[in-house]
Design a protein around this ligand. Structure first.
Ligand code: AMP
Length: 114
């Protein structure tokens, strides 16, 4: 989608600090990190949210989840723990309408989330 920020990052047209590149997914550091590790994992193709991705392309969904785990390993947060979050829709404050999985770690995190 030409007006989608994360499509722009996937295409290399918008700068981002990449941490992982896979055939159909990629990961980059969040511009406004909420934890010492805060990485976003996205699909190269445009999907509006996790539900539409899961139904449209389960194979890419699986790659997205595996990439998130690989990011956690790379960031050294698997042993200490990390959180993987999809925000979907208004009440969850999804601000970018291109599916993205937040990988957060490196500090103690409260539950339930706000
Ligand atoms: P969400 O609120 O779940 O839609 O998350 C969107 C995330 O994208 C937020 O955590 C933003 O800080 C992050 N973000 C927005 N623009 C950029 C960008 N250009 N590069 C990296 N992260 C971004």
């Amino acid at each position: 989608m030409s007006d989608c920020l994360f499509c722009g990052i996937a295409a290399g047209d918008v700068p981002a600090t990449l941490v992982l590149e896979r055939p159909r997914t990629l990961a980059f550091r969040d511009l406004n990190p909420q934890a010492p590790t805060h990485v976003l994992v996205i699909t190269r193709d445009h999907h509006a949210d996790v539900g539409t991705l899961a139904h449209a392309d389960p194979e890419v969904m699986a790659e997205l989840m595996a990439s998130a785990y690989d990011v956690a390993v790379q960031e050294g947060v698997v042993e200490s723990g990390y959180r993987s979050v999809f925000n979907s829709g208004r009440d969850a404050h999804q601000s970018v309408q291109h599916v993205h999985l937040h990988v957060l770690g490196g500090r103690d995190m409260s539950w339930p989330p706000g």
